[in-house]
Ligand binder design. Structure first.
Ligand code: AMP
Ligand code: MG
Length: 326
């Protein structure tokens, strides 16, 4: 069985094709990079509308199959930016109808977790999902993926991107700051905000920008932001693992590519006799393969959707999904 997945919740439009063993046959994508400012939902949606059909063709080429060989079409149903979600949902409906195959809407956050389980040896991990717009600690409990902790304001990727943007660096800022942080020498004081199981980053952003105006070096600030923000994430992830008595931690989302975050989580995991799993970078960021794989799991467990059930949901919560495939 071959499933094709279309991702398009935010800046990235991606198309992936997987088989029933989670072999990734294709995983192609195109990301909108705004010249200046943040991501405008309408512009991102126009971008997705332009690239989605070529990406579908390209995915089939890379996989070495005909589109008529596809058995299932899955798409990111939410959470995300409304115009982007509607654009890829329309593409998915048109493709599924023209191929006469089933269509399934997939929760984007659940897909980050499932591709990690599919591609690594993790069986029942606590997921630290760290991307541009989302920051959540997720684990399976009583039939659902539950959010044990999350950001109260902006995603950690957004913190890095916004700081970089204000410093005149291009999007995405996270990887650039990671390089600059290697030349940081001083830990400057920045607010550490953990509230119960949740984290907050906007105060950290404001403080870092104020210090930048006062002349603090961008290398020291990049270093310090990483140390403080990632320590906050490590703390709440560890608390979720302790609470659940869970010995696996999985990273997902674009910020999971950061070596310093990986090192901090790995250290925490090894200190408690646990293991850390990190999917390859192309499966950490928003991607179509994770949507395809989660759709395939859902389909295999008997889930079906009529076209009338494929409306998008900008605020689709992780724990709204009844996980019937586990
Ligand atoms: P996603 O939203 O999951 O597609 O991931 C995109 C986010 O990941 C953006 O906010 C990027 O700045 C961030 N990102 C990507 N690579 C890195 C990195 N090496 N270090 C920190 N952030 C990163
Ligand atoms: Mg994501």
């Amino acid at each position: 069985m071959w499933a094709l997945g279309i991702e398009g919740t935010a800046h990235t439009c991606g198309v992936g094709i997987v088989d029933e063993t989670c072999r990734v046959l294709a995983n192609v994508y195109d990301m909108i990079k705004p010249e200046k400012g943040g991501i405008h939902p309408r512009e991102a949606a126009n971008h997705h509308a332009e690239v989605v059909v070529p990406l579908i063709r390209k995915a089939a080429d890379v996989a070495g199959i005909e589109l008529s060989d596809i058995d299932l079409v899955a798409f990111s149903q939410g959470p995300g930016l409304g115009p982007c979600l509607r654009t890829v949902a329309t593409a998915a409906r048109a493709l599924a109808l023209s191929l006469d195959v089933p269509i399934l809407g997939v929760n984007h956050c659940v897909a980050h977790l499932e591709i990690g389980r599919g591609i690594t040896a993790a069986k029942d991990p606590v997921l630290l999902y760290v991307s541009g717009g989302n920051t959540q600690v997720i684990a399976f409990a009583r039939g659902r993926y539950r959010v044990f902790g999350e950001t109260l304001d902006i995603g950690v990727g957004n913190l890095l991107d916004k700081f970089a943007r204000e410093c005149g660096l291009p999007f995405p800022g996270g990887p650039i700051l990671e390089k600059l942080a290697q030349d940081g020498t001083a830990l400057v004081p920045l607010p550490y905000r953990v509230k119960g199981m949740d984290v907050a980053f906007s105060g950290l952003l404001t403080a870092a920008l104020a210090l930048r105006k006062q002349g603090a070096s961008i290398e020291d600030l990049a270093f310090s932001m990483q140390e403080i923000a990632f320590a906050m994430l490590t703390e709440v992830t560890e608390r979720a693992m302790a609470h659940l008595d869970n010995e696996e931690v999985l990273l997902g989302g674009g910020v999971a590519r950061n070596r310093r975050l990986q090192a901090m989580i790995a250290r925490m995991a090894s200190d408690r006799g646990a293991r850390m799993f990190v999917p390859p970078g192309d499966l950490c960021i928003d991607n179509g393969a994770m949507i395809a794989w989660t759709g395939l799991l859902m389909h295999r467990s008997g889930i079906r959707m009529g076209i009338d059930q494929t409306a998008v949901d900008q605020r689709f919560r992780t724990d709204q999904v009844a996980v019937s495939w586990r």
